[in-house]
Design a protein. Structure first.
Length: 327
């Protein structure tokens, strides 16, 4: 797929209906040979629309008017391309904890959490957030400034209380530090311009993480996971989890990680797009819906539910036995 088609597809399949600004920018770039020539000088993995738009916003550039965007981007291309080479699309959405919570809460505590592809580690604090599932009573600490909302379908095994988490750590190729203003500003730049609720939620979650910074180790998940598991405190249940991470790995690295997870004495929660982990997809009890983007939540390789990419909905599989087989 060439760069023009990549931006055209982003406009139609991802931004349309969700971000009029990014829809407009991506569709115009797809026809702008001058900008396309600059973008094509970057490595293929660095030509992502999200990465370009975040870099422009991170550096203070305009995005609401295409002519202003194009002019500024051309003039500041050296700074933009340097930022795109140095940084990654590390969107850190704490609302994904709403999709992960039923699986986490089903495991015997206390838990030792290890998030691979942790970014700034905001999903390492599921016990510090409040949860709103449909019209049910709110769950979680009343003093929390972070409220996660999730629509549900099917027999979701919602817990009566949050899991007991005794230890939390992460692994990331390029960890972000919630105490670093540039790192937190980068996280904010990755949120699409119209998504003001997500921005407020991110800032509140960053404040929680700053009060108790998790240890996030730089490294490759395949090379680091075994050593990290060796550090888990005795008397805890080690839980390795990830969300929207595996798609960024080559197929061989994904297969290697999945094989490692099956061989280690830990619990494994994955929340990834269909097609990313074929062995999980093979066990799906029903076809992936074609009407909207979804992820597949699984525990130890067993599919549990379809989830919204940002944890906004959770569709538990009524035909499966997970509701009473999780433990």
């Amino acid at each position: 797929m060439d760069t023009a088609e990549r931006y055209r597809r982003f406009s139609l399949a991802e931004a349309r209906g969700h971000s009029p600004i990014y829809d407009m920018l991506a569709s115009r770039i797809a026809r702008d040979t001058t900008l396309l020539t600059l973008i094509d000088r970057l490595p293929v993995e660095k030509r992502q629309p999200n990465l370009l738009f975040a870099a422009v916003r991170f550096l203070g550039g305009p995005v609401h008017d295409y002519e202003a965007f194009q002019s500024w981007t051309m003039a500041e291309w050296d700074r933009i391309q340097r930022t795109m080479r140095e940084r990654r699309t590390q969107t850190n959405e704490p609302n994904r904890c709403a999709a992960l919570l039923p699986a986490l809460a089903s495991l015997p505590g206390p838990l030792a959490l290890i998030e691979v592809g942790a970014s700034a580690g905001l999903c390492l604090y599921p016990d510090r957030y409040r949860y709103s599932y449909d019209d049910r009573p709110l769950l979680g600490p009343t003093e929390s400034a972070v409220l996660l909302k999730c629509r549900t379908q099917g027999p979701v095994p919602l817990p009566a209380s949050l899991p007991d988490i005794a230890w939390r750590t992460g692994i990331d190729l390029n960890p972000l530090d919630v105490r670093d203003p540039d790192d937190t500003r980068w996280l904010e730049s990755l949120i699409w311009p119209e998504q003001r609720e997500r921005l407020r939620r991110l800032r509140a979650a960053v404040n929680i993480a700053r009060a108790e910074p998790a240890n996030i180790t730089p490294g490759d998940l395949n090379q680091s996971i075994t050593d990290t598991l060796d550090q888990v405190p005795k008397g805890t249940t080690p839980v390795v989890f990830h969300s929207a991470v595996m798609a960024y790995l080559p197929h061989e690295a994904r297969d290697s990680f999945a094989s490692t997870m099956r061989s280690l004495s830990c619990r494994w929660i994955s929340n990834e797009a269909p097609g990313v982990l074929p062995a999980v997809d093979h066990r799906l009890p029903r076809p992936v819906p074609g009407t909207s983007q979804v992820f597949v939540l699984s525990l130890d390789g067993r599919p549990l539910a379809f989830t919204g990419p940002h944890g906004q909905h959770l569709d538990w599989f009524s035909s499966s036995q997970e509701a009473h087989e999780l433990t």
